[in-house]
Design a protein around this ligand. Structure first.
Ligand SMILES: C[S@@+](CC[C@H](N)C(=O)[O-])C[C@H]1O[C@@H](n2cnc3c(N)ncnc32)[C@H](O)[C@@H]1O
Length: 281
């Protein structure tokens, strides 16, 4: 069943899986435990799956505060958003705010505001943690109350924490399903990687991720990973996990020749889908 727009995430995230969340949900094993998503981003797969028990986490503390406040205080978040005009001047003042000077509610509204009014919604910060994506100049309402309220309801029973992925995976118990969507290994090598948080996500992190997946596998946890179709990824994860190919489209890649490429999906169980899947967008 496809989700209507108001049932989707309230954020649009770089590398977000909104376009093929339903295909990823079709890859879910029949798992009796908790759903875990340690690279939450906008939570596209979570909103598609709607599990009863879940633990959602991300290393981006601003994003996590936002999810917690949307779950607990959606009306108050919306009240703040309704007082934030979509103008270049106001955007500039919000961009310059220091999260540590704000309340959790204000931090949550700031994340939604910047996500929806900045250029392509990219969450990009400099070394000092300052937000540095430019103004998007989008002439449309920048958030939807219905979407936010439904997201809040869908998150009611979710445990939401700020965590590095390794700690999050190590908490998984037998019978849980962990869906992993890290910052991808860049198609052109690490020279042109996209930054999501002040820390870079590099080669050693992907190796750390592979090791954490193997430990989880040994404990009887179901794991699934999406990553780019690169030699590095194939060699690292392909050595231990089942591999499938998903046709996709990168919405933040401005090099048009790189659009329409494939993603790889690695699982430690036999997914109930053909080896190769082509998706119509
Ligand atoms: C590709 S995005 C996930 C997109 C998500 N699946 C969606 O549909 O929106 C990757 C996420 O990993 C997070 N991240 C980066 N480094 C991390 C780390 N060391 N531990 C946990 N999360 C991390 C980023 O903040 C970002 O939200």
């Amino acid at each position: 069943m496809r989700l209507t727009p108001s049932e989707r995430s309230f954020l649009k995230w770089a590398g977000g899986k909104r376009r093929y969340a339903s295909t990823l949900v079709a890859l879910a094993p029949d798992f009796p435990g908790t759903y875990r998503e340690p690279f939450l981003g906008s939570g596209a797969v979570y909103f598609e799956l709607r599990p009863t028990t879940s633990t959602l986490s991300d290393a981006n503390g601003e994003l996590i505060t936002c999810f917690q406040q949307v779950r607990d205080s959606p009306v108050e978040v919306m009240r703040l958003l309704n007082s934030m005009p979509n103008t270049p001047e106001y955007f500039e003042s919000v961009r310059r705010q220091k999260p540590e000077d704000l309340s959790d509610l204000e931090r949550a509204a700031r994340v939604i505001y910047l996500n929806k009014t900045s250029f392509r919604g990219l969450w990009r910060v400099n070394k000092k943690g300052g937000f540095n994506t430019s103004y998007g100049a989008y002439d449309r309402p920048y958030y939807n109350q219905n979407t936010l309220l439904r997201a809040s309801k869908a998150l009611t029973n979710a445990t939401i924490t700020e965590a590095d992925f390794e700690a999050a995976i190590d908490q998984a118990e037998p019978g849980d399903w962990v869906y992993l969507d890290p910052p991808y290994v860049p198609l052109g090598g690490w020279a042109d990687f996209k930054r999501y948080t002040p820390g870079q996500f590099g080669e050693s992190d992907h190796i750390r991720l592979c090791e954490a997946m193997r430990r989880a596998d040994a404990r009887g946890v179901f794991v699934a990973l999406t990553n780019s179709e690169t030699e590095f990824v194939r060699e690292l994860f392909g050595a231990y996990f089942h591999e499938a190919r998903l046709a996709t489209r990168r919405d933040i890649n401005i090099v048009s020749s790189k659009r329409g490429s494939w993603d790889l999906v690695f699982t430690n169980y036999e997914p109930a889908v053909p080896e190769q899947m082509t998706l119509s967008m």
